[in-house]
Design a protein around this ligand. Sequence first.
Ligand code: BTN
Length: 268
Amino acid sequence: MIVMIYDLEKLKDLLPPAGNFSGERMYYFEEVDSTNLWLLAQNEIGGRFCLAAQQLQGRGRRGRGWVSLPGGSVLLSMGWSPPLPRVAGVSLVSGLAVVRALEAQGVKNLQLKWPNDILLKAKKIGGILVEVKRDALVIGVGLNIDLNISTGIDQPWTDLISCGYDLDKEQLVADLLLIHHSMLEECQNQGFGIFRERWNKLHGYRDQLVKSVTSNNLVEGYARGVDDSGALLVETETGIERIISGEVSVRLLTSSTRNSVETETSVP
Ligand code: BTN
């Protein structure tokens, strides 16, 4: 299948002529298993990016898949090296970068769900998967642009077209790259703490009752935002718990019963 959804010359013109995330470090595929997997398999990762029109084996968090249709999503992976000290902070910074890139084209009412879901009108519109290889990070961003499907996704989701936004895709990809570049550098130099306030303003589950589950720990309480290291603070009956694991699933509970789950993270 031939799918050309990007004007690659236009995209290159919007990027720096050389160096990190420049046109000459772009790897574009009409079809690839996963942009994250492709970048992880390279010897040189830092400063390169991989963009695809379709993924055959898109990867989500916690071992899940990521659903896309040819040309219906932004599927972008960025290589960053050297690694930042805290990977959890990186996915939070990436969420902020995605929000800024979308806001630059007029998208409003975006929110973030810890650690790295992007929500629009309380539904998931995008996700971030950060993976580590030796001395480098791969930051994968998936955004639903026009995902005209009725099945296969097991949580509330939406896409930009359904919400009335027909964006300039080349500008969006260029902004994603440029904004990630500058925010990752800032995070590297000054730590996640400088982004804390902004993240907490965008926090979609703020002060709501949540349940966080790992293989050996269950925490229930009110989500109070993140601290300077990017950990989620949950106020429980016995005090504040810091949720730090990247494998945590944070679920929203109804206020009437602490056992019923409304929404869960990770797919699409
Ligand atoms: C999540 O579970 O919310 C994270 C989804 C991340 C999907 C993106 S799409 C581009 C990159 N390549 C992948 O295989 N996954 C990420």
